[in-house]
Design a binder for this molecule. Structure first.
Ligand code: SF4
Length: 710
């Protein structure tokens, strides 16, 4: 039993998109609390009391060691008043000399929804530029674009409960066992409870996730769209279509089928480098199962054809009617804690706010009226890779980077470094006092982090949860929304950015989702738009959409067969599958794949502080097939130097680890370690700026590298 001095704060984990509820036991009262214990929130529907090792060790990452505690200008400590005044002056000068498109914000799926909302409102509604993009561009933007093409809006149809009521669980481009552990444990339990449930894992690597598989398809990297195009054709040729669903609730089937006609199990097996038996087994499983969920993640999204791959998956669900019913649908799993919340407020360069479109004059008018903004952007802004290339070209003069470390996480590190050198002013808001990106900051602003922040996040199943502040901000640290409002006030917009509490921002955001919403836009938080501060403080996890008076939320979409298109029908998309841009050659013969390690997060600014999280892997290694190691003359633990055609900077040096789950000619390394950790490892330096032409998401799952024993 808790002692009388012990209080319990219910909050949400700041790491992956599973969005686990976290109970923090604290000693002391209100503003002087010390968190002493972390457990999973028993009643939170995302995790029902479970946490993975990263969540369990959250408190060890909470120290003030290495924190940025004061604003700095030119490397010298200063006041918020001075720093925000300089930022506002620079924004005014740049806009008057070069126009609004010379200003950019680069933000993060780590921001809370309220931070994201204010950043988007300031730049799109008051600076008149849509040049706000986010590290979610590197994570989920292909899924967003695919949902919009198929459903008319960025709508994730499924919920976690679907795991317990499906016949067939497909995971493609996802090592959920490591990247989304609590969700994966739920899948494992569902399989144990229902031995008839089948699991198909589609991944070039035999990962821990593949251990759960009834069928593992170790396909050639980048060939997923061929596999799913072939499945669409198979459903047609084997009389496994849901003809009624197709004719009553969709458009474009014939065109999609025409694009898939060249792909039969035989040709798919050849291009995907699988056996005919493997392909046939997968197709039979999908065709015969009454229900199926296809989870997809970065292996699909981080590609030069990520949007097409996702639409090829969605096509198969539409063709078989496996959508909008329990246990069925395409289901993207987000990498970050609030990639979804950022999408909801429009924190991407090609979105407006509340799922409205920049190109739609009625949507622009609605947002401008609601915000009472003097000037609203009129065209989409630059997506992440293009944004940094325009900085490098001298077209963008001012950038404000919040809660992300693009020098490490973006592809083509040299280009990002050049971009930041070229800018006339780089502002970086971060918790930490030093990282690869802060090295380029003209102004550094101390931000709050998990346990200090207060607001909301949305997880992969559209569930909004509260992240609650446990301790007061340390030193001079401020919340990102406060820093943005301070600058807005200096720019003369104080009356439109005058919030006493974060709950007021949430209410405004929820109100905008319902404003001039005739029901066609499914993103709707009307039921939360009049929460007062006390109600907001008590808000329990809930899934949107939430119409006025709706207290229950919406676990699953499309049960009524109504999609967010003009005619209410879903759209098939004709897919011409294509191979990755970065192909191997004699000089660069190995395919480089990258992703998460089990116990680390992003560039390790938080998880790197917890010694227990280094027990699993204390340093990055390059996983190689044992035969490739023999052929290359390298032994376990020996160092190799990786080079790529585009990397003119420092080489990447890694120790090798044998991994028989690797395909021959392919290698894998984790994304987390960088120069901050004393390593010659910034994997992004090895990838080119190849992106998906629709989503702008970089192709960071398929580089071409050489390996030389060091
Ligand atoms: Fe946090 Fe994700 Fe682990 Fe849950 S699964 S505790 S959200 S890192």
């Amino acid at each position: 039993m808790p002692s009388s001095q012990t209080t319990l704060v219910q909050t949400t984990c700041p790491y992956c998109g599973v969005g686990c509820g976290v109970d923090v036991s604290c000693q002391g009262e209100a503003l002087n609390r010390t968190p002493v214990k972390v457990t999973g929130t028993p009643e939170h529907p995302a995790n029902y009391g479970r946490l993975c090792i990263k969540g369990t060790h959250l408190l060890e990452t909470n120290s003030l060691h290495g924190r940025l505690l004061q604003p700095h200008v030119g490397g010298r400590a200063t006041t918020w008043d001075q720093a925000t005044g300089k930022i506002a002056d620079k924004i005014n000068q740049v806009i008057s000399q070069h126009g609004p498109d010379a200003v950019a914000f680069y933000v993060s799926g780590q921001l809370l929804t309220e931070d994201y909302y204010i950043a988007n409102k300031l730049i799109k509604g008051f600076l008149g530029s849509a040049n706000i993009d986010t590290n979610s561009r590197l994570c989920m933007s292909s899924a967003v674009a695919a949902y919009k093409r198929a459903f008319g809006e960025d709508l994730v149809p499924c919920c976690y409960e679907d795991i317990e009521c499906t016949d067939l669980l497909i995971l493609t481009g996802s090592n959920a066992a490591w990247a989304h552990p609590v969700l994966f444990q739920r899948m494992s339990r569902a399989r144990l409870k229902n031995p008839a449930m089948k699991v198909v894992v589609i991944d070039p690597r035999a990962t821990e996730t593949a251990d759960l598989a009834t069928l593992h398809l170790p396909l050639k990297p980048g060939t997923d769209a061929y596999l799913f195009n072939g499945l669409l054709h198979y459903l047609f040729t084997n009389d496994l279509l849901d003809e009624r669903f197709i004719s009553e609730h969709t458009n474009g089937f014939n065109e999609a089928l025409a694009s898939a006609r060249d792909w039969n199990p035989d040709s798919v097996a050849k291009v995907c480098n699988l056996s005919l038996a493997q392909v046939n087994q997968f197709y039979r499983l999908f065709g015969k199962s009454q229900s199926a969920i296809t989870f997809f993640s970065m292996g699909i999204n981080q590609s030069n054809s990520g949007v097409d791959k996702a639409n090829a998956i969605i096509n198969c669900h539409l063709a078989s009617g496996k959508i909008g019913a329990p246990g069925s649908g395409p289901f993207s799993i987000t990498g970050q804690p609030n990639a979804m919340g950022g999408r909801e407020v429009g924190g991407l360069a090609n979105m407006l706010a509340a799922h409205m479109d920049i190109e739609n004059p009625a949507h622009r008018e609605a947002v401008q009226t609601y915000w009472q903004s003097p000037t609203l952007c009129t065209k989409p802004g630059l997506k992440a890779v293009d944004m940094f290339s325009q900085m490098a070209a001298g077209k963008i003069k001012f950038v404000w980077i919040m809660a992300t470390n693009p020098v490490v996480s973006m592809p083509d590190r040299r280009q990002v470094e050049k971009a930041l050198q070229q800018c006339e002013m780089v502002v970086v808001s971060d918790m930490v006092s030093s990282n690869d990106t802060l090295a380029y900051a003209d102004i550094a602003l101390p931000a709050t982090g998990w346990s200090e922040k207060n607001g909301t996040v949305t997880n992969s199943e559209r569930r909004i949860s509260r992240q609650r502040g446990i301790m007061p901000p340390p030193g001079e640290a401020r919340h990102d929304w406060q820093a943005l409002c301070n600058v807005a006030a200096k720019l003369g917009y104080g009356d439109r950015f005058d919030y006493n509490h974060v709950s007021e921002i949430f209410a405004e955001h929820a109100g905008l989702s319902a404003y001039k919403n005739n029901g066609q836009r499914l993103f709707n938080l009307a039921g939360l738009s009049s929460l007062n501060r006390a109600q907001y403080d008590r808000l329990a996890p809930i899934q949107w959409p939430l119409g006025q008076g709706d207290a229950a939320g919406s676990p699953r979409l499309f049960g009524n067969r109504q999609f967010a298109t003009a005619d209410g029908k879903a759209r098939f998309v004709a897919i011409t599958a294509r191979l990755p841009t970065q192909q191997t050659c004699d000089r660069y013969p190995y395919i480089l794949n990258s992703g998460r390690s089990r116990d680390q997060w992003h560039t390790m600014t938080r998880t790197g502080k917890a010694s227990a999280l280094l027990n699993h892997a204390a340093m990055a290694t390059l996983a190689m097939h044992p035969q490739d190691m023999l052929d290359s003359g390298v032994s376990e633990g020996e160092l190799v130097t990786l080079q790529s055609a585009g990397n003119t900077g420092n080489p990447v040096i890694l120790p090798v680890a044998a991994q028989s789950g690797q395909r021959r000619g392919e290698c894998f390394a984790p994304i987390h370690w960088s120069a901050t950790w004393g390593s010659h490892i910034t994997l992004g330096a090895l990838y080119s700026s190849a992106t998906d032409p629709i989503s702008g998401q970089p192709e960071t799952k398929h580089g071409a590298v050489s390996l030389v024993k060091t």
